[in-house]
Design a binder for this molecule. Structure first.
Ligand SMILES: [Zn+2]
Length: 421
């Protein structure tokens, strides 16, 4: 498939037409390709097309990931498994208020929960179950609790919260977002946002923050205040590295010295990005090729945007916008999902739009979404774009694209799933 990304040949900015715009001539209309036409549509008309496409895709995702499963869950993760489908259904419910989506979402979470209980009983001493939001039990319990709250089922809500509070973190648990302590803390913040402020107590969260800060200070070098090792490397990106851990910490109460360490870590990263503006996937890695949420500028841009919002520091805003330029130029990836695909990269522009109010960022988000809407299914079927190892999953496949199309309907409310709160 050659390069990892398509050259971005979309115009830098096209103002939207309005219903009062002068009718284009037949020649002008014929000269425009379908993507350019989409890009000049008024937002409300484009939104309706994206919504219809998302709801169709959602039905396909459900059929492919759940309808043929025999209702037994093999992969319960949000990342590539059944919980990702439940997360998409919950989003669809929020958009359409269709209670069938909420019911199906709850059924899938119950199946994930049953599978986890079974695994827990069968393999307690053999297998450590994962504990994070994206890959483990915290995700099942937290999303289960929120869906139960929306369904008005107090008994089920209590069940999931009780299950969540039973989660114990193994002493050798890593610190990153996908499998580690940061991923458990993200689930705590998600619950406190959606259920109520003290759902997970400050002391429970503080104990985990202490462990993360202590470990980061132990591994640090002279220049970077916090560093973490995962599988022998000191990663920088959102999924396994500093960007994900710093983002989670910024959602929690920190002491002044911890705030300084978080800021110092981000300053260190900004100072040491590649000349291209992209970021290394790990400490000392010289290969400037990944522009993904998981590794590279996109995930780091979202964290820097968060830092600009939390600390009000111009340097973070500037760095977030510069990382956004990398995503615009090199982020039209040959994959559709949110982890390392165009859907995930689109969230960088939505985040920058929310932060700056600059409509050119909204245009860029729209441009990436229009590219997907116009071309993704065809490019995948022709083998010119990779459909993902789990082609309908939330993080690697069309599930993520459907989620983006629903999220972009209210651009100021859009949040990268399981990353931006
Ligand atoms: Zn990835």
């Amino acid at each position: 498939m050659g390069d990892r990304y398509f050259p971005n040949e979309m115009p830098d900015y096209i103002p939207e037409t309005t219903t009062t715009a002068v009718e284009e001539t037949v020649t002008e209309r014929n000269n425009k390709d379908s993507l350019t036409k989409l890009l000049s549509l008024p937002y409300n008309i484009l939104s309706q097309r994206l919504k219809a496409s998302a709801l169709d895709l959602k039905d396909t995702v459900v059929r492919e990931t759940w309808g043929m499963s025999g209702k037994r869950v093999k992969d319960y993760s949000l990342y590539t498994g059944a919980l990702g489908t439940a997360y998409l259904l919950f989003k669809a419910y929020q958009v359409t208020k269709n209670h069938n989506d909420l019911k199906l979402c709850s059924d899938i979470i119950k199946a994930c929960d049953s599978e986890l209980l079974l695994l827990d009983i069968l393999m307690r001493r053999l297998l450590k179950l994962r504990v994070t939001f994206i890959c483990g039990r915290a995700g099942v319990c937290a999303l289960g609790a929120v869906a139960a709250k929306h369904a008005g089922d107090g008994r089920l809500l209590d069940h999931y919260l009780a299950q969540f509070k039973e989660i114990r973190l193994p002493s050798d648990l890593p610190y990153e977002l996908l499998y580690g302590r940061a991923g458990f803390l993200w689930a705590c913040s998600f619950l406190n946002k959606h259920i109520g402020k003290e759902t997970i107590s400050a002391s429970r969260k503080r104990a985990v923050v202490d462990e993360i800060i202590k470990a980061g200070r132990l591994t640090r070098n002279g220049k970077c205040p916090l560093l973490y090792e995962w599988h022998g490397k000191r990663y920088w990106g959102a999924a396994h590295g500093l960007a994900g851990i710093m983002l989670v910490l910024m959602d929690l109460e920190l002491t002044p010295d911890e705030v300084e360490d978080v800021k110092g870590t981000l300053h260190y990263m900004i100072k040491n990005h590649f000349p291209s503006g992209n970021y290394p996937s790990s400490e000392g890695n010289k290969s400037d090729c990944l522009v993904h949420w998981c590794h590279g500028a996109p995930g780091i841009a979202l964290t820097l945007a968060k830092a600009a919002e939390v600390f009000g520091d111009k340097e973070f805003l500037q760095a977030a916008m510069e990382a956004g330029e990398v995503v615009w130029n090199r982020g039209l990836l040959k994959r559709v999902g949110i982890c390392h695909g165009i859907s995930g990269n689109t969230y960088v522009f939505l985040s920058l739009y929310r932060l700056t109010g600059n409509v050119e960022y909204l245009y860029r988000a729209k441009a990436f979404a229009c590219f997907l809407h116009d071309r993704a299914q065809k490019l995948v079927s022709e083998g010119k774009m990779h459909g993902g190892d789990r082609p309908y999953s939330l993080f690697e496949g069309f599930g993520g694209m459907a989620y983006l199309f629903l999220d972009i309907l209210e651009p100021l409310e859009a949040r990268f799933p399981a990353y931006e709160l």
